[in-house]
Design a protein around this ligand. Structure first.
Ligand SMILES: Cc1cc2nc3c(=O)[nH]c(=O)nc-3n(C[C@H](O)[C@H](O)[C@H](O)COP(=O)(O)OP(=O)(O)OC[C@H]3O[C@@H](n4cnc5c(N)ncnc54)[C@H](O)[C@@H]3O)c2cc1C
Length: 493
């Protein structure tokens, strides 16, 4: 579909997944699109690196809603097959507790229910009820609150919105996720398992509104997937698609300013040179877009002061052994989940952290040498508030190793052949994410969705925003939706 309006010159700041998706959408309308990226590679957080013969996805590891990538291909008149492939995971996640309980969360609902019955003695029906509730909330609210701008009047005058508003009492907006999960699941381990979904947008299940119990619907009903080649294949697929659409990329080119002339975004300053554009889209964290690229302009202070989501500490380890009991996604649960989140809120790391291990070698044999595995070992940590990260990392590394040893009954330390580390400071310096938060602002209160920055500027004409720091939020699927919303509002009459 070509635009009705004459083609325009559009400059995009940043080649994160949202910037790439926006570039594809705007180019296929016939616009002339240029993307400026500080790093020498595309993808931002969604990138990869190699270390001593092991390949690691640097950031995201869980892939849901693959249809949003397929949609981009089809929009551009291509079929994804052969260029971007993925398969649904039979087991979404392997869960471990220190008392020896192990539970495989099957992608198939009936098999998941059966496993829960056999392992925990909980009727399968409870899983069914929790997932049905999740699906119902998603159907009622997902398309409105995630797929549309919340900052345009026509979103609110749509009859579907009115219908959803009438159902507000049943959406669990006024209770928290933990209470919703206790109501449905009534077993501490299952409640903990479902509470973990709050971390998918960096929130605290004991505070985040119960409406976030829609998240398991994405993973357990729409499905969790693995892209052939690993997560970085998503970036590569969208980047190459953008190139085929004629998008021009400039790597190692940090944008220094967004030029504003007579109240509208008129261009970008890069390396001291001015590039004139008709419209500008920022995929840079909205906080730094204002602070660094728009220093002389009025800033939406309340929006920029919102509490940040949590960050992550990752140990990328080459491991010289195979662990058949582990799968692609593995969780080793903390013994005290409530305290773990209380510590995160207080800017600390809990001494018994929940450890997540991602091993792409399980599906991509070339990601580690024969008989070895590539462990992406992650814990949730607070955003950077000036903590002494060097000491904290040393301390946390010991806690993580102890946790793995206790839970899996191994001595993991001598198995580590090489190591790299990612912490909140590096997340900020590599992708300009304010304070190293993974998902922009936190969703710990019920107004959070409305407080996130809009996908356009209400003060500066022709300036738009996409990516995890703005509406509808962080995570690959929502970043893809932010690109769709930018495209729609740019072209609405
Ligand atoms: C450790 C980790 C684990 C995660 N796990 C998951 C997961 O399992 N599943 C999931 O869906 N999501 C996950 N996420 C979140 C997900 O990665 C992000 O929400 C998403 O990738 C953000 O994409 P983005 O387009 O907003 O921006 P980013 O990836 O942050 O990219 C922004 C880009 O803009 C560039 N840039 C910034 N400023 C400038 C400038 N001035 N000039 C030029 N370029 C600039 C940066 O260099 C960067 O490349 C995870 C994130 C991390 C860090």
């Amino acid at each position: 579909m070509k635009t009705q309006t004459p083609p325009q010159r559009i400059g995009i700041v940043g080649a994160g997944i949202a910037g790439l998706a926006t570039a594809v959408r705007l180019a296929r309308r016939g616009h002339e699109v240029e993307v400026f990226e500080s790093n020498p590679y595309p993808g931002g957080k969604l990138s990869q690196f190699e270390l001593d013969g092991y390949r690691f996805d640097a950031g995201p590891s869980l892939f849901t809603m693959p249809q949003y990538i397929d949609d981009l291909f089809r929009l551009a008149g291509e079929e994804p097959g052969g260029k971007f492939e993925y398969h649904r995971l039979p087991v979404v996640c392997h869960y471990f507790w220190e008392d020896g309980t192990r539970l495989n969360a099957h992608g198939d609902k009936a098999a998941f229910g059966k496993e829960v019955e056999e392992t925990l003695g909980v009727p399968a029906q409870r899983i069914q009820q929790a997932l049905d509730d999740s699906a119902r909330k998603y159907e009622l609210t997902g398309r409105i609150f995630l797929e549309k701008s919340l900052h345009k009047l026509h979103t609110w005058t749509n009859w579907k919105v009115v219908k959803a508003m009438l159902k507000i009492p049943g959406l669990d907006l006024f209770t928290n996720m933990n209470k919703v999960n206790e109501r449905h699941l009534q077993h501490p381990k299952l409640v903990q398992l479902f509470n973990r979904f709050a971390t998918y947008n960096g929130s605290n299940p004991y505070k985040a509104p119960g409406l976030l119990s829609i998240i398991p619907h994405f993973e357990h009903q729409i499905g969790a997937y693995f892209p052939k080649g690993g997560m970085n294949a998503i970036t590569q697929a969208v980047y190459k698609l953008a190139q085929r659409q004629g998008v021009q990329f400039h790597f190692n080119q940090p944008v220094e300013r967004i030029h504003v002339e007579q109240g509208r975004a008129a261009g970008l300053q890069v390396n001291g040179d001015t590039h004139a554009f008709d419209r500008v889209v920022s995929n840079m964290d909205v906080f730094f877009t204002y602070k660094k690229l728009l220093p002389g302009q009025a800033h939406p202070q309340r929006t920029l002061k919102q509490q940040k989501s949590t960050s992550a500490l990752i140990f990328y380890w080459g491991i010289k052994r195979s662990f058949p009991e582990l799968g692609l996604h593995n969780i080793l649960f903390s013994e005290d989940y409530r305290r773990e989140f209380a510590d995160l809120e207080a800017g600390k790391i809990f001494q018994d952290p929940t450890v997540y291990i991602n091993i792409t070698k399980k599906y991509e044999p070339s990601d580690a040498p024969e008989g070895h595995e590539n462990w992406f070992t992650m814990i949730n940590v607070p955003y950077d508030d000036g903590q002494d990260w060097d000491s904290l990392i040393d301390w946390a590394r010991e806690r993580v190793i102890e946790k793995i040893d206790r839970t899996l009954g191994v001595d993991v330390r001598p198995l580590i052949t090489c190591e790299d580390i990612l912490d909140p400071r590096l997340i900020q310096s590599r992708t300009h994410s304010h304070l190293g938060s993974l998902y922009g602002t936190s969703s710990n209160n019920r107004t959070a969705a409305f407080m996130r920055h809009a996908n356009f500027s209400s003060r500066i004409k022709d300036l738009y925003f996409c990516g995890g720091s703005v509406h509808p939020g962080g995570g690959i699927p929502l970043c893809m939706l932010s690109a769709k919303i930018v495209d729609e509002i740019m072209h609405e009459q």
